[in-house]
Design a protein around this ligand. Structure first.
Ligand SMILES: [Zn+2]
Length: 229
């Protein structure tokens, strides 16, 4: 619209209840205050988004893959992390109808952070494929390493598995950090498990002096193994 065109006052009639009109008016005022847009721009943006939503309903999303997409790197993530991505995209779509792009910016082990960006507006947000644990470590990396430790795989098998999958890899130094973290936790759990088992046997014993175990550690009880260690 040309800036030279003289402005005139037009009336827009709405068929609704008074409370509905007041709610609409207050919402327009909030958007006007936050974005410093005129009433016309606010209504125009809302109608543009509405019509874009209508046209998007007719778009078919292709969920099959071809040769090129079948060879893309695999991304490990979790439903909650995907919900975060959905919130980021919704945040953008509230003010802009353009599609956002995702560009991988950093990979840490099996977790990747992406820049979610719009080429039209100045929207720019960082999304991580992994949630973070309270100790700052990536949940995805912890889950993969935990699965690796309990699988019985040897390092060369994990290396081949990761190369073939293309979802990331963990270097030797980083893996040693995980080994240290898990070793501490497993040692503490083992000690607690043995102490609990002995405590249960002492409580179950009929002798006032407790238990007197003579064993060559070939039985499967935790307490016997600990006493003979
Ligand atoms: Zn945008």
């Amino acid at each position: 619209m040309s800036s030279q065109e003289p402005k005139r006052k037009f009336k827009l009639s709405l068929y609704c209840t008074k409370s509905e009109f007041e709610l609409l008016q207050s919402q327009i005022n909030v958007i006007k205050t936050e974005s410093k847009k005129s009433s016309t721009e606010v209504i125009n943006s809302a109608l543009t988004l509405y019509s874009a939503g209508l046209s998007q309903k007719e778009v078919e999303i292709n969920q099959s893959c071809d040769k090129k997409t079948s060879e893309e790197p695999v991304l490990l993530t979790s439903p909650s992390a995907i919900n975060n991505l959905n919130s980021i995209v919704s945040l953008h779509n509230a003010t802009c109808t353009n599609c956002v792009n995702m560009v991988a910016s950093q990979t840490t082990g099996y977790a990747t952070s992406f820049t979610v960006k719009c080429n039209i507006c100045d929207f720019d947000y960082m999304w991580n494929s992994s949630l973070q644990l309270p100790n700052g470590m990536d949940l995805i990396n912890m889950r993969v390493v935990h699965s690796y430790f309990t699988s019985g795989m040897i390092p060369s098998q994990l290396e081949r598995f990761s190369d073939c999958l293309g979802a990331g890899t963990i270097g030797k130094n980083k893996m040693q950090t995980f080994v240290n973290v898990f070793s501490e936790v497993v040692a503490a759990e083992r000690q607690l498990s043995c102490e609990n088992a002995i405590s249960q046997e002492v409580q179950a014993s009929e002798s006032p002096e407790g238990i007197d175990i003579i064993t060559d550690a070939r039985d499967g009880t935790q307490s016997s193994r600990m006493l003979c260690a």
